[in-house]
Write a protein that binds this ligand. Structure first.
Ligand SMILES: Nc1nc2c(ncn2[C@@H]2O[C@H](COP(=O)(O)OP(=O)(O)OP(=O)(O)O)[C@@H](O)[C@H]2O)c(=O)[nH]1
Ligand SMILES: [Mg+2]
Length: 211
């Protein structure tokens, strides 16, 4: 996968704004401040495509970015303590509407800070993805905070905690692009799978017409 150009498409505040495309949509999710927007910028090789912030909870909308062969939906972070209860409930509904319909996404990247222990919110989120049968990978961000030799054991620690195979996790640094090659390979796989499924669906509907 070579990313030639990436551009911001639009923001959606609720169900009425959610988009669908004839290419895969990958939802980037995770706790506030984990590095979702920075990850998108790292992939795009642009500093300010997605707005990043030191203040958690900045992103309040689903922001869509067109990467050519795929689309990324930057999701608002969960588990932000300072948000009011009514605001949290509102977001929970919006996010549920997003995940409940396969038109809204094909794959999810769940971002976790490599230095932190996954918490109850992260585990709930994984249960949620499993419930809606959404394929996902865990991306461990901020790998630059560890010496290279420490990264693998830290990833294993997180994999064990989540009862996931290590192959489902990729360590990245949005600061120095560590792990970017692996992400690009994964993006190749995701787009290939999408194209395979969709060409099967197309040929099935063609078969149907002949009957
Ligand atoms: N060292 C290091 N810092 C990072 C990395 N990724 C993000 N950060 C920093 O972490 C902070 C939060 O990054 P964002 O990309 O805004 O996080 P987010 O997940 O989009 O946050 P919300 O939109 O609030 O949910 C910023 O200060 C980033 O510079 C990384 O890989 N390494
Ligand atoms: Mg963000």
């Amino acid at each position: 996968m070579v990313i030639k150009n990436a551009e911001f498409l639009k923001s959606a505040a609720d169900k009425s704004g959610f988009m669908s495309f004839d290419k895969p949509i990958i939802a980037v999710c995770g706790r506030s401040n984990v590095g979702k927007s920075s990850f998108i910028n790292m992939l795009a090789n642009r500093k300010k495509l997605a707005r990043t912030s030191r203040d958690p909870g900045r992103t309040r909308l689903v922001n869509y970015f067109d990467f050519g062969e795929f689309v990324i939906a930057d999701l608002p972070g969960y588990g932000f303590a300072q948000v009011s209860k009514s605001e949290k409930i509102k977001w929970a509904k919006t996010i549920e509407n997003f995940f409940a319909d396969k038109k809204h996404l094909d794959h999810a990247f769940l971002l976790l800070d490599i230095r932190r222990e996954p918490n109850a919110d992260d585990i709930d989120f994984i249960n949620y993805l499993n419930h809606y049968i959404i394929p996902f990978n865990v991306i461990c961000t901020k790998a630059d905070k560890f010496a290279k030799t420490k990264i693998k054991p830290e990833v294993k620690r997180i994999a064990d905690r989540l009862a996931l195979g290590e192959d489902n996790l990729i360590a990245v640094s949005n600061e120095n692009s560590y792990g970017k090659e692996k992400i690009l390979l994964l993006l190749d796989k995701i787009t290939q799978t999408y194209n395979m499924i969709n060409s099967e669906v197309e040929s099935e509907s063609e078969d149907g017409e002949e009957e």
